[in-house]
Design a protein around this ligand. Structure first.
Ligand code: NAP
Length: 351
């Protein structure tokens, strides 16, 4: 895929005087991924809902809009892109659209950190088409690389824990993938503390070390009941907690303050999750947080993201965006640093 990537033998004056080291890109601060030397943008981009909606894959953002979002994301320094092979009805379409973007932007490969996830069945229905056996892992990675039109995946997640396959077998497959430079870093998702401990105990070398755990977290709901304690564990063990659904699928935005105005096009409405924004106790909190944010010149979603980014152990956040304006607003949150008084004020509403 790198056929038209810049030739390192050709002088490129545009790249003269690149700084020796830097901690940001296009104005976006970066943070370390776990205890590795690898860095990712404070605010990334979730791409779950990118696909081909016209095919009935249950995505919400078609390729034309998605390609524009990806262009703008790089301009804003939102370079940590999160996908999964199964997103949108196990179609692989999120990876396909991202693959089209990479094919048309070969010069941007190193500017983007691409994370994807494997576990579930994708291209077949036998018991060997899913889970984390050696064969299932290798075949899933080969297929993702093809869809993504890439030579390597920056960060590969196991989408969930596999209670059947020996952990040593799964980790040995990761070691091989890293040695072959098909995968650069390894992470897990939807893991409990006990499952993380099992993996850490079985770690073979730095190549199969978990650098991140991606679990659900937002400031209203915190961690899910099943995954309590993972954020604290991550903070104590040099693992980045990558929060998914950090805006509670849009609930932590002003658009749900008046349920009468919620309708088609709003994600929670479209997904039938009406109980969330019709809950009065939740709405009271949203109203108070919105007022607080407005007093600081922020939107509710920016307050939510900025607050999360300062929690111990919290890695990057990966909100989805359906519009460029959402992406721009979320990106701005990556540069906001709340002071102690501000964080106390937020906490007093959340408690
Ligand atoms: N590992 C896993 O199992 C797992 C599970 C779920 C998600 N994820 C990852 O996490 C990413 C993010 O999660 P998510 O999409 O579930 O939820 P989210 O990021 O909390 O919410 C995204 C939704 O919020 C709305 N939104 C975003 N920015 C906004 C802004 N600035 N102003 C107003 N509204 C805004 C949009 O809603 P509208 O569409 O209504 O405009 C968008 O669809 C996914 O894309 C995926 O990469 C991983």
């Amino acid at each position: 895929m790198n056929g038209s990537a810049p030739n390192p033998l050709t002088p490129n004056p545009a790249l003269y005087r690149v700084p020796f080291t830097t901690d940001d890109f296009n104005g976006m601060p970066y943070r370390q991924l776990g205890s590795s030397g690898f860095k990712v943008s404070n605010v990334g981009l979730g791409t779950w809902k990118i696909g081909y909606p016209e095919t009935g894959d249950d995505s919400r953002i078609g390729r034309v809009e998605a390609l524009k979002l990806l262009d703008r994301a790089v301009e804003l320094g939102v370079t940590f892109w999160d996908t999964a092979n199964r997103y949108n009805e196990a179609s692989g379409n999120s990876e396909r659209v991202i693959g089209e973007w990479f094919r048309t932007h070969p010069d941007q490969r190193r500017n983007v950190v691409l994370a994807t996830k494997i576990f579930g069945g994708m291209d077949g229905r036998t018991p060997n088409h899913s889970r984390l056996s050696r064969g299932a892992i290798l075949d899933a990675v080969y297929a993702s690389l093809k869809r993504l039109q890439l030579d390597y995946i920056d960060l590969l997640y196991f989408h969930r824990f596999d209670p059947i396959t020996p952990v040593e077998e799964s980790l040995a497959a990761i070691e091989d993938l890293v040695q072959r430079d098909l995968v650069r870093y390894f992470a897990v998702s939807n893991f409990t503390v006990d499952q993380l401990k099992i993996y850490r105990a079985a770690e073979i070398s730095v190549r199969s070390r978990i650098v991140a755990v991606q679990n659900k977290y937002d400031i209203l709901n915190g961690e899910s009941a099943e995954h309590q304690g993972v954020l604290a564990y991550a903070a104590a063990h040099g693992i980045s907690f990558v929060a998914y659904s950090p805006l509670a699928m849009g609930l932590l935005t002003e658009r749900y303050l008046d349920p009468a105005k919620v309708g088609p096009g709003d994600r929670l409405y479209d997904q039938g999750m009406h109980d969330q924004y019709r809950n009065e106790a939740v709405r009271t909190k949203l109203e108070k947080l919105t007022q607080l944010a407005a007093g600081w010149g922020l939107s509710l979603s920016q307050l939510a993201l900025a607050y999360m980014l300062d929690l111990p152990g919290m890695g990057p956040v990966i909100p989805s965006a359906t519009k460029i304006s959402q992406l721009e607003s979320n990106a701005a949150a990556g540069r906001i640093k709340l002071d102690t008084a501000q964080k106390t004020a937020v906490l007093s509403i959340l408690q």
